[in-house]
Ligand binder design. Sequence first.
Ligand code: HEC
Ligand code: HEC
Length: 238
Amino acid sequence: MPTPLVAVRVALTLAGLTLACAPSWSAQSPVAAASSVSETSFAVPIAAQLQAGAKVAQTCAACHGLDGNATSTEFPKLAGQHVDYLIKQLHDYRIAKGASHPARVNAIMNGMAATLTDAQIRDVALYYSRQTFRPGVAFADKKEIKLGQSIWMAGIPDRAVPACAACHGPSGEGMPSRYPRIGGQWQGYLETELQMFRNDRRTNSPEMHDIASRMTDRQISAVADFAAGLRARSERSR
Ligand code: HEC
Ligand code: HEC
């Protein structure tokens, strides 16, 4: 049961999203785009899934950390990420039936994901989603923080770029299950992903492609920097 506060915030965020996206949005249904997500199964007890997931995570730990708090900025943090988002990404790194290449191209992760079964993906995603996220990162370029903050909160109206906060939340905590947490993620990783969305090397999100393709390098770098410095609200109160 969501608390009333959460319900209100979600309602507000959804309202903001509708407003922010209405003028420029494509007709493509985001739900259809996410149809490859396989739901976390309740047929297998959660404790068993977590245990199996922890075992799979041993093969991921060198890069992402056993608790999902990657210590090298080359590798994204997975701890506390929304489970359905993680599941979708691991499927997107594989080659879908009839496709010539994966929706998300990355040599390392294409190789890793190809070795996992659907059940292992479900288990390892659940495991990482339940680990405590450790934020805390310095802003890379303080001069650009104002620009990054304004893009985050208000978008770029003259380029029809909506506010990032509308979908990723004011503190970057995201929204289950489609909108990933990006607050506190590494700056370099966020910047790379925005470039990949723009260059169509990451083709698993028409909406993020639209957004990134309307941004300049400078705007991408500034907003990635701002997002990296955001601490998700839930972490602050822990
Ligand atoms: C050798 C290093 C390495 C190993 C081992 C590895 N990863 Fe990754 N992982 C990466 C890199 C690099 C990226 C970013 C790739 C990109 O830009 O798409 C990534 C990205 C991801 C993402 C996307 C994160 C996001 O925020 O969208 C997920 C999910 C993920 N890895 C899960 C796993 C799992 C589960 C395992 C173990 C089964 C694993 N990885 C093993 C290097 C690694
Ligand atoms: C209309 C909703 C929406 C808005 C507005 C939005 N995003 Fe996203 N964003 C998404 C969704 C959905 C995904 C997940 C895509 C997928 O399934 O891979 C995403 C993914 C991302 C990712 C990849 C995260 C990861 O872990 O790999 C980054 C980075 C990102 N968004 C940055 C931004 C920035 C910066 C802005 C503002 C300029 C923004 N987004 C605005 C919906 C949105």
